[in-house]
Design a binder for this molecule. Structure first.
Ligand code: PLP
Length: 262
């Protein structure tokens, strides 16, 4: 019998291999989880930035989802770059049609090099169509500001933003603090039952952070596919991403990749 834990990523590719779908699959493998991959966009990019994006048609995205649903036993799924409204609509439709287990939404909006990976119009579709289906949403601070229209400056603002994300339908929220420059990174977790806590980690200064958001959401997805509860999954994923950042490898000239090889 084959009971290998299986997870799935719905995301864009990164030709340089550091972010997007490649980061997700490397993370799944490093955690001992098999990964299915639904390609929604192809990007020409490297560690310096995104040069070109080609979206995949909704029909082809649905065909990939349907093929996986027909055959594999996916226990948890995450979304990465979704790009446009048609893709968000297709993914939302598939999430109600098929049972892929808990949905982790990484609301990817802008790459570190500045490229927009989600249109403004698609942000509304994420809020209205996807958010109500989400087990966990994992925005960074700028993404949380866009989703809530709040200006987030204090820890009170962070807690309010997380509550608003729950109001939009996300059952649980991980609001990541890595985008500030404070020496201590504060991540805030608000769970479905109202329990909440902070994770405090020392900032590690490095430019090798390409695909950090992809990696933490993929690690949480893998941990859920392994059968862990959400709280355990988030803490294990945070430990994993911190280790891969500290151990970053020398590839390319700017935002180098994390190290999933150790
Ligand atoms: N490219 C793709 C396809 C992604 O999915 C992401 C993040 O989700 C990025 C690029 C951004 O990577 P970063 O901002 O970490 O450089």
């Amino acid at each position: 019998m084959n009971d290998t834990p299986q997870a799935m990523t719905i995301a864009g590719t990164d030709s340089s291999g550091g972010a997007g779908m490649t980061a997700d699959l490397n993370t799944f493998s490093a955690q001992g989880v098999y990964g299915a991959n639904i390609v929604v966009s192809v990007t020409a990019q490297n560690t310096c930035g995104v040069q070109k994006v080609q979206m995949i048609t909704p029909d082809m995205i649905m065909a990939q989802l349907s093929a996986v649903a027909d055959d594999l036993k996916i226990r948890a799924v995450k979304t990465g770059m979704l790009g446009d409204t048609a893709t968000v609509e297709t993914v939302a439709k598939a999430m109600t049609k098929f049972n892929f287990g808990p949905l982790i939404l990484d609301p990817v909006m802008v790459a570190k090099g500045g490229a927009q990976l989600l249109t403004d119009e698609a942000v509304s579709a994420v809020k209205t169509l996807l958010m109500p289906l989400v087990t966990l949403v994992t925005p960074n601070l700028p993404e949380a500001e866009v989703l809530t229209h709040l200006s987030i400056k204090t820890t009170d603002d962070i807690m309010l933003a997380a509550q608003q994300l729950q109001t939009l339908g996300a059952k649980n929220v991980l609001l990541k603090g890595g985008h500030g420059d404070a020496p201590i990174v504060l991540d805030y977790i608000l769970l479905a039952d109202g329990r909440h806590f902070w994770l405090r980690t020392k900032r590690f200064n490095t430019a090798r952070t390409h695909g950090t958001g992809d990696t933490i959401s993929a690690a949480i997805t893998a941990q859920l596919a392994l059968g862990h509860d959400l709280e355990t999954a988030i803490i294990a994923a945070k430990t994993y991403v911190d280790a891969t950042i500290r151990d970053g490898i020398l590839v390319g000239h700017r935002y180098g990749p994390l190290n999933h090889l150790a």
